[in-house]
Design a binder for this molecule. Structure first.
Ligand SMILES: Nc1ncnc2c1ncn2[C@@H]1O[C@H](COP(=O)(O)OP(=O)(O)O)[C@@H](O)[C@H]1O
Ligand SMILES: [Mg+2]
Length: 235
C-alpha cells in the first residue's frame, strides 16, 4: 500500500536555534497509528507542526496523500491533517465551547443547522452534553482537551495529530482521554513520553532525540527495549 504521509530528508531550524530537525525520513500508511517518543527538546512538536504546515521547512519535503506541502496549499493540507496542540489554551480562543467547535465548520461553509447537529453529537459522544454555552477558559484541563479535540474531529480530518495528549491530566481524565482517542478510527500520529499511552494507542513507534530519528519499529518491540529507552531518557 502506498504511503499517506511521506517525510523526506526534512531538516529545520528556528530563526534563533541550532538545527532542530536533521534529515528526518518517515513513511506513514493510511490507518497507521504511530507514536513519536523522545526526551524534552527532541524535536517531536517541531516535527508535528510540519505535518499540518504550521511550519514549513526549507530543506526536504513532506507529502500528504500525494500532495507536496507548500505555502500555496495550506488550506488543503489543514483540512486533511487535524492537529491537537499540547496546550488547549493555544487552541481554544472563542467565548463559548459552541463557538470554538463551530469555528472551523463555519470557515468551510457548513450550514448552521448541520453545525448545531454535529456539535450536539460530538459533545454527547465526549460526555459533555450541555457544555455549549460555557466558556472554554473556565473548564478543567481534561474538559479543555476534549473540546480542543472535538473542534478538530468535527472537521473529519483524514489524519489526526496529537501532541502530548495526556500530559498534566489527572489519572481519571487521562484514562478517559486515552479511551476517546482509542475509539477514533483513521490515521493517528501521537507524540509524547507517556509510554503507557503510546503502548495503548499505537502500533508503531519512532524514537527521536536531538532532532534525529534514533529508532523505528513495532511499538511492542520499542517499548520492551530497556536499553534503547534508557539511552533516550525515556525511562
Ligand atoms: N519557537 C522556537 N524558537 C526557537 N527554538 C525553539 C522553538 N520551539 C522549539 N525550539 C527548540 O527546538 C528544540 C525542539 O523542541 P520541540 O520540538 O518542542 O521538542 P519536543 O517537543 O520533543 O520537546 C528545542 O531545543 C527547543 O528549545
Ligand atoms: Mg513537545
Amino acid at each position: 500500500m502506498s504511503s499517506l504521509i511521506t517525510i523526506k530528508d526534512l531538516s529545520f531550524k528556528y530563526p534563533d536555534s541550532d538545527l532542530v530537525l536533521e534529515g528526518i525520513n518517515l513513511d506513514i500508511k493510511k490507518g497507521d497509528s504511530v507514536g513519536i517518543i523522545g526526551p524534552n527538546g527532541a524535536g517531536k512538536s517541531t516535527l508535528l507542526l510540519h505535518l499540518n504546515a504550521t511550519l514549513i521547512g526549507k530543506t526536504g519535503e513532506i507529502t500528504i496523500d500525494g500532495i507536496s506541502i507548500n505555502r500555496h496549499n495550506l488550506k488543503t493540507i489543514r483540512q486533511k491533517v487535524g492537529m491537537v496542540f499540547q496546550n488547549p489554551d493555544d487552541q481554544l480562543f472563542m467565548a463559548t465551547v459552541f463557538d470554538d467547535i463551530a469555528f472551523g465548520l463555519l470557515n468551510v461553509g457548513i450550514e448552521e443547522l448541520q453545525i448545531k447537529e454535529r456539535i450536539t453529537s460530538i459533545l454527547a459522544h465526549f460526555g459533555l452534553s450541555g457544555f455549549e454555552g460555557k466558556s472554554p477558559h473556565h473548564l478543567s484541563l481534561g474538559e479543555k482537551k476534549k473540546i480542543a479535540l472535538a473542534g478538530i474531529l468535527v472537521m473529519n480530518p483524514e489524519i489526526l495529530v496529537l501532541d502530548e495528549p495526556t500530559i498534566s491530566l489527572d489519572p481519571r481524565a487521562r484514562r478517559e482521554f486515552i479511551e476517546l482517542i482509542h475509539n477514533i478510527p483513521g490515521t493517528k500520529i501521537i507524540a509524547g513520553h507517556d509510554l503507557d499511552m503510546i503502548q495503548k494507542l499505537t502500533q508503531r513507534t519512532v524514537i527521536m532525540n536531538k532532532g534525529k530519528i534514533i529508532a523505528h519499529g513495532p511499538t511492542q518491540e520499542i517499548i520492551q527495549n530497556q536499553q534503547l529507552l534508557f539511552a533516550n531518557r525515556l525511562i
